[in-house]
Design a protein around this ligand. Structure first.
Ligand SMILES: [Zn+2]
Length: 167
């Protein structure tokens, strides 16, 4: 018999699960909040980046499946902490992976993930998913998506730290 995995070890398993739309681990994405034990059950606390996104169900399925493999004897509860996700919870690794994937995390001035330019324009209200907003870079012509804005206004006030611009 092997000892049951500690919450830290279980958290590492969950951290290895990636978002179905973006190849970023849930810890790097800031989605994984904590793993704890309560009444003999394992509780995985997750903060959804998007309200009402169908990806949430897929994330839960992936987390359960990863844990079922790593800790088959455990009863798993997935607890969604709505409103808990913050762009600041995305790790440096996560930001890099998002940039590599052509995404930009809300919470600062939208900047082109390809050339770093800030001469960007919203290309529409909604992207492919509920909380993705398409932008176009006028500098290099690349389209990219900003996640965690439209549809997530309830969680994420649009960035207020934009430098003021005259003209
Ligand atoms: Zn660009």
């Amino acid at each position: 018999m092997t000892a049951p995995l500690t919450p830290d070890q279980l958290a590492d398993v969950v951290a290895g699960v990636s978002d179905p739309e973006i190849e970023v681990g849930l810890r790097d994405l800031g989605v994984l909040r904590s793993v704890s034990r309560a009444d003999g059950r394992v509780q995985v606390h997750l903060a959804p980046t998007r309200l009402a996104c169908p990806a949430q169900g897929e994330i839960a399925r992936r987390v359960r499946s990863a844990l079922a493999e790593a800790a088959p004897d455990e009863d798993i509860d997935i607890v969604w902490e709505r409103g808990a996700w913050q762009p600041t919870a995305v790790t440096a690794n996560g930001r890099q992976a998002l940039r590599d994937g052509g995404y930009r995390v809300a919470g600062s001035t939208p900047r082109c993930p390809y050339c770093g330019g800030d001469d960007v324009a919203r290309a529409g209200s909604f992207g492919g998913a509920v909380c993705k907003v398409p932008f176009d870079c006028r500098g290099c012509g690349s389209p990219f998506d900003v996640i965690g804005t439209a549809g997530c206004h309830a969680l994420l006030p649009y960035p207020t730290d934009r430098p003021g611009r005259s003209g």
